[in-house]
Design a protein around this ligand. Structure first.
Ligand code: UTP
Length: 290
């Protein structure tokens, strides 16, 4: 069955980017002139996703406004002859069918995905973590959907992380299938000790899951950080049916931490058609003083 639906969990508290995220969702942090979540929605659409459910929470309604029409602004842009910007603003509202569901309590990524159970129904679906922006010509969600077509198993986007950092991520037990595709048979969220580390491969920001995951999510206890972890449910899927790890092609920016936000802005700014050249000049001058 083709994957046509995606969930973007964006209801977290964003405590690692405070105070910016006190009243502004981290998913709305701009990468130069576009909020992070728009990049993620565009990736899903480029991958062939038709219906998107964004999981939100209190204080995050500006995400809904961003993907809505904005008649007053549009009128002003038209009146002042800014047709190109008008088109861009209207296009945002027409990107996809977007539904919003509130997660009433911040109980973890597994719980956030569970909130979209009725939206998904009995179909496979993609999950794009709302604070992981991945840039590249070949959308990563699409790379996972292709692997799902090939294997018919749940798929996760994976990359190796530094040995010192693995404790902040998940760790996966992997065996090579072929090329950049791995069989995943076990995983652990935020390993506590070196003995718990299965490999330096970690899940970074994207999965495609069969609907059976909801039955598993209903049974799992709270995990790392006292939250319902999606990784704990995927672990059961990996151990029973097996999953596929896709060592994806693309550059990932973690918009959930301050350094990741800066990296995304600097690299996108350097390639920006309007300001890229001037920004490069500025950075070269600045480098001389460092
Ligand atoms: P994170 O664990 O990075 O989000 O979840 P967080 O809780 O906001 O992070 P801290 O507070 O800085 O540690 C990854 C994604 O899952 C969403 C987040 O919004 C983020 O996009 N999420 C997380 C939810 O939707 N609900 C939750 O209960 C937790």
């Amino acid at each position: 069955m083709k994957v046509k639906k995606a969930i973007i969990p964006a209801a977290g508290l964003g405590t690692r980017v405070l105070p910016a995220t006190k009243s502004m969702p981290k998913e709305m942090l701009p990468i130069v002139d576009k909020p992070a979540i728009q990049y993620i929605v565009e990736e899903a659409v480029k991958s062939g996703i038709e219906d998107i459910c964004i999981i939100t929470s209190r204080g995050k309604t500006i995400m809904e406004d961003h993907f809505d029409r904005s008649p007053e602004l549009e009128g002003r842009l038209l009146a002042s002859g800014k047709q190109e910007m008008y088109n861009e603003v209207v296009d945002i509202a027409n990107l996809a069918n977007i539904t919003f569901i509130r997660q009433k309590e911040t109980k973890g990524l597994g719980h956030a995905v569970m909130c979209a159970k009725s939206f998904v129904g009995n179909e496979p679906f993609a999950v794009l973590y709302g604070d992981d922006v991945i840039m590249g010509d070949n959308p990563v969600c699409g790379q996972l959907m292709q692997a799902y077509d090939e294997f018919g198993l749940g798929c996760v986007g994976i990359k190796t992380v530094d040995a010192d950092d693995i404790y902040k991520y998940s760790s996966l037990k992997v065996d090579l299938f072929h090329d950049n595709l791995y069989k995943v048979t076990d995983m652990i969220e935020k390993p506590a000790t070196q003995q718990d580390v299965l490999s330096l491969y970690s899940i970074l920001g994207r999965c495609v899951l069969p609907p059976e995951i909801f039955d598993i999510l209903e049974t799992i206890p709270k995990g790392a950080g006292g939250e319902y972890q999606l990784t704990d449910a995927m672990k059961i899927l990996a151990q029973t049916k097996g999953m596929v790890g896709v060592d994806f092609i693309g550059k990932r920016y973690d918009m959930g931490n301050k350094l990741g936000v800066l990296e995304a802005i600097v690299e996108t700014g350097l390639n920006h058609k309007e300001i890229g050249e001037n920004f490069k000049k500025y950075l070269k001058e600045l480098m001389k003083t460092l």
